[in-house]
Design a protein around this ligand. Structure first.
Ligand code: ADP
Length: 414
């Protein structure tokens, strides 16, 4: 068989490969659009035409991708050009993997949830490969699962808190008398109940966005001051872990080490989401950095993005693990991490929250030397900040008035 193949003329082999590739692309259910570097469509498979409902414009060849592939956020929010992950990937050449957004069909009548990927090839005629998959069914299943998990974790948190409380009482010499052996057993049970409590809390946090119970509440903020305030809350924990903790510098290899704290950078974010994101990243940096190490945090404007980094000189992440750490329940398994507690949900929550704000998160690491986690969020100009601030204050004022009327429907007449 292999001999026969080798004896065939090379051209025939290439032709048959081409036919097979075309057959595969014509029959798969995923949409595939291939464009050149400037975004002009060179190829669109039948699934892409059918999902986008762009048959009215022919086979889409020669059109700008933005005319055929219009997207909104997962929640149905319109993206500004700086926020739009597809525009960003196409423009900057940064790949995108399974980013869940809503596809707006060409006639504008339907919105379909899709997992969008952009693969960027070096140069050439066909240098951007966009693939998208309808995830309506997956999201519905995920939402059902999330609903179940959040109800179950919510119900189980109360008895777990009670078990933890009683174990604390049993271990407290002022409330109980126990022998050394029992103390050992109860300490182990206490640690396990604390871990279980943490797991339920993380599960609840992870499912809140999935089951649609939590939506981001955007507000215009000055990013450097906001982040500084959040990270100050972890200074004591870092000190207790004997770590050097610095704001305003980064030791990462890929970003120049410039102090830019006097830079004023504006963003449009959910501050509570930001607290969760920074909290998880800093807690990890503390947890995975042995005493004597350092943590550096920085915020800066980077074109139309705000770039935040949390860098540590800790145990680092292996090249195999780094592709999986943002997945639900993923924990690296090595001699260092085995002794450090965790649920494997923190980075999943971080990714979810960052993406809900139109951002991206990624990690760079040298195993044994340390890691840097980057969060990139859309940036707004000073002018936009002022405008959105006025709108935000007016909305808050209007809400306040509504609340007052609701609390006192008689308008103050008792
Ligand atoms: P966990 O609760 O296990 O910390 P996370 O989702 O926060 O869960 O992190 C997933 C995995 O990523 C961790 O188990 C750890 O192996 C790795 N990790 C995360 N942050 C760091 C870090 N700063 N340094 C080294 N490894 C890290």
């Amino acid at each position: 068989m292999s001999l026969l193949k080798r004896n065939k003329p090379v051209n025939n082999e290439a032709n048959s490969d081409n036919t097979l590739a075309k057959m595969a692309l014509s029959n798969i259910h995923d949409g595939v659009i291939i464009t050149d570097k400037s975004g002009i469509i060179k190829f669109a498979n039948p699934a892409a035409i059918s999902m986008t409902e762009c048959s009215g414009v022919g086979n889409a060849i020669g059109l700008d991708y933005a005319l055929v592939l219009r997207i909104e956020s997962k929640e149905g929010r319109e993206y500004s050009p700086a926020e739009n992950p597809l525009i960003r990937a196409m423009k900057t050449g940064q790949s995108l993997e399974n980013y869940v957004v809503c596809l707006v069909t060409c006639p504008g009548t339907k919105r379909i949830p899709i997992a969008l990927s952009v693969i960027v090839e070096d140069g050439g005629e066909a240098s951007r490969i966009i693939t998208f998959r309808n995830v309506t069914k997956e999201l519905a299943e995920d939402s059902e699962k999330a609903d179940f998990i959040s109800t179950a974790s919510h119900e189980m948190r109360t008895p777990v808190a009670s078990i933890e409380g009683y174990l604390s009482l049993a271990l407290n010499p002022q409330t109980s008398t126990i022998d050394e052996r029992a103390k050992g057993y109860l300490t182990a049970a206490h640690n396990a109940s604390q871990h279980l409590g943490r797991l339920f809390k993380d599960l609840l946090d992870a499912t809140k966005l999935e089951d649609g119970h939590v939506h981001p509440h955007f507000e215009p903020v000055e990013m450097v001051g906001t982040i500084k305030q959040i990270i100050d809350g972890y200074a004591m924990a870092a000190k207790n872990a004997k770590l050097n903790y610095q704001f305003g510098s980064n030791r990462s290899k890929s970003v120049s080490e410039v102090r830019k704290l006097d830079q004023v950078v504006y963003g449009f974010i959910d501050v509570n989401f930001m607290r969760e994101i920074m909290g998880n990243l800093i807690e990890n940096a503390i947890k995975y950095t042995p005493a004597g190490g350092s943590i550096y945090i920085n915020v800066r404007g980077d074109g139309d993005r705000v770039l935040i980094n949390v860098t540590d000189t800790g145990i680092g992440i292996s090249a195999d693990d780094i592709h999986h750490i943002f997945q639900k329940f993923y924990r690296s398994d090595n001699s260092d991490t085995r002794t450090i507690g965790g649920t494997g949900l923190g980075l999943y929550i971080v990714k979810q929250r960052v993406e809900a704000m139109g951002g991206t998160v990624w990690a760079e690491s040298a195993f044994g030397e340390g890691s840097t986690f980057y969060v990139s969020l859309p940036r707004i100009t000073g002018e936009e900040y002022e405008k959105r601030m006025i709108a935000f204050r007016n909305a808050a004022l209007a809400q306040n008035n509504v609340n007052q009327v609701n609390n006192n429907p008689n308008g103050g007449i008792q």
